[in-house]
Design a protein around this ligand. Structure first.
Ligand SMILES: C[S@@+](CC[C@H](N)C(=O)[O-])C[C@H]1O[C@@H](n2cnc3c(N)ncnc32)[C@H](O)[C@@H]1O
Length: 233
């Protein structure tokens, strides 16, 4: 069967993370606007990962999380659909002499796992690159990769604002980003809203539950971001 109907996750939508310049700019921008250290502490607190365990990160980007996490577990499997992103992460890991990360050029729909199920999965700001049907399929695949009782930490752009006021919400959202991080970041945010597939909180919660997760904790912030801490049922 040709399966030409299958979604092609290797094709970039929205911001082009296959562009080497964008990858470098992304890394610099994120270091400026995010407190990666405290994000990592929060994720580890949620995952209960121990030093003898394996963690899979899907959509690892420039490797900030995977590299910081590598010292705290046996192995990290870091997957991303963008080859330049992976290459950037690989070089960063090499420079820092981090050796227990296995990099895969694959995504939610294409990563093929071999060996024991993993202890935990992390994904940050990547799932919204898939339309909702494919998000659901991706979540089922994540669930199948986890051991029983395994943990899933998902952070993504998920909308929780009142949809009646969407015009005002997005105007303010873009303006705030422009004021905080400049015109280029505002342009990226506009592209993301227009072309990527961020969904609504109730759709994401239903998808997680239907994919076989119990949502232990959820947090929505600023109307466009959410964190779900989940356990495989
Ligand atoms: C906004 S970046 C986030 C990177 C990193 N997780 C972080 O928090 O900085 C989105 C990443 O998701 C990747 N991505 C897009 N679609 C994907 C998919 N279907 N599966 C896995 N990764 C994907 C992109 O290549 C990019 O590296």
């Amino acid at each position: 069967m040709s399966q030409l109907w299958h979604y092609n996750e290797m094709k970039q939508v929205g911001t082009d993370y296959a562009d080497a310049k964008e990858v470098e700019a992304y890394d610099t921008r994120m270091r400026k606007i995010r407190d990666i250290g405290s994000e990592i502490e929060k994720i580890f607190k949620s995952l209960y990962i121990t030093k003898d365990q394996t963690l899979l990160e899907i959509g690892c980007g420039t490797g900030e999380f995977a590299i910081a996490a590598a010292g705290r577990c046996k192995k990290i499997i870091a997957a991303d659909v963008s080859w330049p992103m992976l290459e950037f992460a690989r070089q960063k890991a090499k420079k820092m002499d981090v050796k227990n990360i296995e990099f895969h050029n694959a995504g939610f729909l294409t990563y093929e796992h071999s060996g024991e199920p993993v202890d935990a999965v992390v994904s940050q700001l990547a799932l919204h690159h898939l339309p909702d049907l494919w998000k659901m399929i991706a979540l089922r695949r994540v669930n199948s990769l986890l051991k029983d009782g395994g943990r899933f930490y998902l952070k993504d752009t998920v909308y929780s604002f009142e949809v009646d006021g969407y015009k005002d919400f997005f105007d303010k959202f873009i303006e705030n980003i422009r004021n905080a991080a400049g015109d280029d970041t505002a342009l990226d945010a506009e592209t993301a809203v227009r072309e990527e597939y961020s969904t609504l909180g109730w759709i994401m919660e239903g998808s997680l539950e239907r994919a076989g997760f119990h949502i232990d904790r959820k947090e929505y912030f600023e109307g466009f971001m959410a964190v779900y801490e989940c356990t495989k049922c």
